[in-house]
Design a protein around this ligand. Structure first.
Ligand SMILES: [Zn+2]
Length: 445
């Protein structure tokens, strides 16, 4: 048996703080220190680069099975690797919906076979995302995919009795319900944030209260049941206040913000460019300020991309006809650097918390979000914070061209991603999938 290749990451700034070498061997961080013995190792010069634990996304749409024209597990997990991610949670709104053990096992299998990142399937809360009866939560948890996160994302579990029962079930499974908080009656036909801009444009509005009323209800249900609740893509200042109140009362709630909600506002809808159409919608400048403050003080626990690739025919059309959603995996870390690090609101250690450690805890990914320390799994990302790059969707690995940052210059560039000791990304470009996984089960199909 041949030993797996060893890598010596030389002179990285761990969490943007102390500089050290990292020796990577057999899938783990075999040594941390200065002047480590590099014999037989491939040296990766990390002078000027920040090392963080591999990023974990709690909210990714990989579209497979069923919408392989929009994305596949393989293209999405390549995009994840390029963005610095070593684990992604794939949302359940595929076709068929991931509401059975069979579908979640299929998604996990495709992820392993692709070999670019850990793909953790999210199970649907209700059958077909219809909000009528609970899906087989226990069977998905006990399947080979070991699902711990359940979500009808794209749809809200709006029936309070079903939501209560879902929380009761996941409590027994050490799981979590990730809620897409959107009161459907208050948002029927909604096209954008309800406010001054929607009045001017005459587009039907999505009011903040439609999100806030569901979050308020759900934190009280979570308290009543004693269960874990995760709130997807928080978008309003009022939602932040409710979550802050709930945490102060000891309710077991976590919350997520997307990169785009940290920088973009509903003023962009004046362009009528559907690339800015997203759910929940882009809000106001005051909301953006509140979301940044909440992420910095920990009221919002994680950054989740809500990576939502669409074929161009669903985006290059009139605003009202266009699909909702934006890509995000390949720009997330840069946008967080822009919104949070360059504004002085967060340091790189805080970024590690919000983009790796906390999401891994929420998703029960015990192997991820671990410290950069000897003996830990070698999932890590090297980022060049001084780099500047212009986003070109055509050059990205995702099939989606719907990036709201297309043509913009962003700071910070992912130079390398190590997934289980293997560089999926080197020199800022895709390298190779993990050889222990990639193609390993190719004959099974
Ligand atoms: Zn959603």
């Amino acid at each position: 048996m041949t030993a797996s290749p060893r890598y010596l990451v030389r002179g990285a700034s761990l969490y943007g703080e102390t500089s050290a070498d990292l020796l990577i061997a057999d899938g783990v961080i075999a040594g941390v220190g200065s002047g480590l013995d590099a014999s037989g190792a491939t040296v990766v010069d990390a002078d000027g680069l920040v090392a963080l634990p591999g990023l974990v996304d709690v909210h990714t749409h990989l579209r497979e099975p069923g919408r392989e024209d929009a994305e596949t597990v393989e293209t999405g997990s390549k995009a994840a690797a390029l963005g610095g991610y070593t684990a992604v949670h794939a949302m359940a709104n595929s076709n068929p919906v991931a509401d059975t053990a069979g579908v979640v096992e299929q998604v996990a299998h495709l992820g392993r076979r692709a070999g670019w990142a850990d793909v953790r399937p999210v199970g649907a809360v209700t059958v077909g995302l219809k909000g009528e009866r609970l899906a087989e939560l226990g069977a998905m948890a006990e399947s080979a995919a070991a699902v711990r996160m359940f979500s009808d994302d794209g749809m809200c579990v709006h029936d309070p009795v079903l939501m209560r029962r879902a929380l009761e079930y996941v409590k027994a499974l050490d799981g979590v319900v990730a809620q897409h908080a959107q009161e459907p009656r208050l948002t029927a036909g909604a096209q954008m944030n309800e406010g001054a801009v929607s009045s001017v444009l005459g587009l039907p509005g999505w009011p903040a209260v439609a999100e806030e009323s569901i979050i308020a209800r759900d934190v009280l249900l979570a308290q009543h049941v004693g269960s874990r609740l995760h709130v997807c893509h928080v978008s309003t200042a009022g939602s932040v206040e409710i979550i802050r109140w709930a945490k102060a009362r000891g309710i077991d709630v976590t919350a997520e913000v997307t990169p785009h909600h940290l920088v973009l506002t509903d003023e962009l809808v004046r362009t009528y460019d559907p690339v800015y159409k997203v759910n929940p919608p882009l809000r106001t400048h005051d909301d953006v300020e509140a979301l940044r403050a909440a992420l910095a003080d920990g009221t919002i626990d994680v950054v989740g991309t809500d990576h939502a690739p669409h074929p161009s025919e669903h985006k290059e059309c009139e605003w009202v006809q266009a699909a909702m959603g934006m890509t995000g995996l390949e720009t997330a870390l840069s946008v967080v650097q822009l919104a949070m690090v360059e504004t002085g609101l967060m340091g790189w250690r805080d970024v590690a918390r919000a983009m790796s450690e906390a999401p891994a805890k929420i998703g029960r990914d015990s192997d991820h979000g671990r410290p950069l320390a000897e003996g830990e799994p070698a999932h890590l990302v090297l980022v060049d914070p001084a780099a500047r790059w212009t986003v070109d969707p055509a050059a990205q690995a995702t099939k989606g061209r719907n990036s709201p940052f297309a043509g913009r210059e962003l700071p910070g560039r992912v130079i390398a991603t190590f997934y289980a000791g293997h560089p999926t990304v080197l020199d800022g470009a895709l390298n190779a999938p993990h050889p222990a996984f990639a193609g390993a089960h190719a004959g099974e199909r």
